[in-house]
Design a protein around this ligand. Structure first.
Ligand SMILES: [Zn+2]
Length: 398
């Protein structure tokens, strides 16, 4: 007997908190043990919701955990035929990227939906970071040419990079996102979910399907969802949870997932954002500081973002509360090869943009420095492990 996952969709529950879609998942191990889990998504009141038995988002959320455990999936509900075809292909991608971690599995569905239509309009995932801001700004201002989507809203998720337990941090992020989306005439939709807490799947692999699971719950509100790219086409990195190869494979017959912005590097995106004062002021790029709703200004990503702004001709963007100083470079260590590549690219761009040579020298020193421990890899954003270590550091490093 093999491990198996059974998905049982539950009725929508509407309360003062919002609209809660959920399913029960029975995980059976080969030894005969059964673990029951509840996977839930809490959407705001008033938005049109999917039929209760529509299990597209549950299937997306469960796919990688099941592949990791080599467990077949049975859905006691409905799934889109297009999504099922896409997930078949998606399995091959993960199996080729990580053959020792993800295995091909079978998916059985009680009811397969065919010949469906998508409603008009789109939503974009909106973390408040540079990639999401660029995507929202580009589409809301019609700068994506023929590929411009009619954006209705940005979707901020509580339970991914900001854990469910951090309500204060999320309230801050929500306020910033609301301000910036409002400036673009877009609605903010916040969704809470426990997806990231249920299985021990590497978040760097899981983030894309988990995000698509949240977005496709809005299929009756908008027929397309944009996921902002991280890397540009000439710097793609695998295995990675959100990628131009995988993101379109999260699409169903009623919801198209679009990987957006890979035609641009981070410094090009920041150059675009730098023309938008509200965007600059509300930019949230930092996951390493002690607060989830503001930028620490001194971690690797904060300093890298400051450098991107320097290239765009902005010395001290308002999203950082202190000016750039030499001290910011002193202890920086680049821990992953692709981050070092990014810094080398930035160095070139700084030289061609005629940025003050004193900053170029600092960048060179950082590039030459020996790498440190891979903290972000050991403590991925959104995990309890990271919250625990953060709290510990707060307590002892004060
Ligand atoms: Zn930071």
């Amino acid at each position: 007997m093999k491990d198996s996952f059974e998905i049982f969709p539950q009725p929508l529950h509407v309360s003062g908190e919002g609209q809660r879609r959920c399913c029960l998942i029975k995980e059976r191990t080969a030894s005969g043990d059964t673990i029951e889990k509840e996977l839930w998504f809490l959407y705001p009141a008033g938005l049109p919701m999917l039929e209760d038995d529509n299990s597209d988002s549950y299937l997306l959320a469960v796919l990688l955990p099941a592949m990791q455990l080599k467990a077949n999936i049975t859905v006691h509900g409905s799934a889109s035929s297009e999504l099922l075809a896409n997930l078949t292909e998606l399995q091959y991608v993960w199996q080729k990227w990580c053959p020792e971690q993800y295995f091909l599995i079978d998916i059985k569905v009680d009811h397969i939906r065919k010949n469906e239509c998508r409603v008009d309009g789109a939503v974009c995932a909106f973390s408040g970071g540079a990639d999401a801001q660029f995507t929202a700004y580009r589409h809301a201002t019609g700068q994506a040419g023929y590929s411009s989507q009619a954006l209705h809203a940005g979707v901020l998720v509580h339970g991914f990079d900001i854990p469910l337990s951090d309500t204060k941090g999320f309230a801050g992020a929500e306020k910033l996102a609301s301000k910036v989306l409002d400036d673009l005439g877009l609605r903010l939709i916040t969704v809470r979910t426990n997806t990231s807490e249920l299985w021990g799947v590497n978040w760097e692999h899981y983030s894309g399907t988990a995000l698509a699971a949240v977005l496709c719950g809005l299929s009756r509100y908008a027929g397309a969802g944009l996921i902002a790219s991280g890397d540009a086409y000439d710097e793609l990195f695998t295995p990675w949870g959100s990628h131009p190869i995988t993101d379109p494979l999260f699409s169903s017959g009623i919801f198209k997932v679009i990987h957006d912005g890979a035609g641009f590097r981070r410094s090009e995106k920041i150059k675009t954002i730098s023309q938008w004062p509200v965007g600059v002021n509300s930019l949230r790029v930092c996951w390493e500081g002690s607060e989830n709703d503001r930028n620490c200004g001194s971690c690797e990503k904060c300093v890298r973002t400051r450098l991107n702004f320097l290239i765009a001709g902005v010395l001290n963007p308002t999203c950082f509360s202190t000016p750039l100083k030499k001290a910011h470079f002193k202890k920086l260590k680049l821990n992953r090869g692709y981050v070092t590549d990014d810094w080398k690219y930035i160095r070139e761009k700084m030289i061609s943009a005629d940025v003050d040579a004193k900053w170029v020298r600092q960048v060179e020193k950082v590039i030459k420095r020996k790498p440190g421990p891979q903290l972000a890899y050991l403590f991925p954003p959104g995990t309890q492990r990271r919250v625990f270590v953060k709290n510990l550091m707060k307590k002892y490093l004060k």
